[in-house]
Design a protein around this ligand. Structure first.
Ligand code: S3P
Length: 173
C-alpha cells in the first residue's frame, strides 16, 4: 500500500489521528517531527532557537525524502511541511495526502497552553491563528488529495472518515 501523509495546521490532531488510523489499517506509523528530534538529538524548540527555521525546514525535507522511500506507512507531518513544493512533490510521488482542517477556534482551544511549538510563541488568540491559517491555506489546498474537517469530532471518527474516503479513491488497493 502507498503511504498516507497527514498534513494540516498545528493542533489539528495529526499524531492522534495517525494512531487512530492504526486501529483500522495494518500500517506502520511514523511521526516526522519525532524523527527530526531523534536525528538532531534536541527538541524542535531548541532547533528553532539554536539553529533557526531554515535549518529545521532542511532537516524536515531531508527526512521526509528518506522516510518516503518506504511504503505502507502513515506519516504524520509537521504543520509546515506544505510550505515547500518539493515536499508536496515527494509526498505525491508515493502516497496520498490527507489534510486535516480545523477552525481557528478549534486550533486555539487545543494549543492555547502549548509550549512545544516555537511558531506559536506570542500568539494571543484565535485571530492570530486565523491569520496564520489564511497565510498557509493555499498550500494546504494545493497539497490535499483528501480533506477531513476535525471540528467537533473524535479522532476515531476522523480516522474512519479518512478510511472511507481512501477506499473510494482506490488508495487502499
Ligand atoms: C510547525 C509545526 C510543528 C513543527 C514545527 C513547525 C509548523 O508540528 O513541525 O514546530 O510550521 O506548522 P505540528 O504541526 O505537529 O505541531
Amino acid at each position: 500500500m502507498k503511504n498516507i501523509y497527514l498534513v494540516g495546521f498545528m493542533g489539528t490532531g495529526k499524531s492522534t489521528v495517525a494512531k487512530a488510523l492504526q486501529k483500522f489499517l495494518p500500517i506502520e506509523r511514523v511521526d516526522l517531527d519525532e524523527a527530526i528530534e531523534r536525528v538532531e538529538t534536541i527538541t524542535i524548540n531548541e532547533i528553532f532557537a539554536k539553529k533557526g527555521e531554515d535549518y529545521f525546514r532542511n532537516a524536515e525535507s531531508t527526512l521526509l525524502g528518506i522516510i518516503s522511500k518506504q511504503n505502507n506507512q502513515i506519516v504524520s507531518c509537521g504543520g509546515g511541511v506544505v510550505l515547500r513544493q518539493e515536499n508536496i512533490d515527494i509526498m505525491k510521488e508515493n502516497g496520498t495526502i490527507v489534510l486535516l482542517s480545523a477552525s481557528a477556534k478549534t486550533v486555539w482551544n487545543r494549543v492555547a497552553n502549548d509550549t512545544y511549538r516555537p511558531l506559536l510563541k506570542g500568539k494571543n488568540g484565535p485571530k492570530d491563528i486565523e491569520e496564520m491559517i489564511n497565510n498557509r491555506e493555499e498550500m494546504y489546498k494545493k497539497a490535499a488529495d483528501i480533506t477531513v474537517c476535525v471540528d467537533d469530532v473524535t479522532p476515531d471518527q476522523v480516522a474512519s472518515d479518512i478510511v472511507k474516503q481512501l477506499a473510494l479513491t482506490g488508495a487502499l488497493n
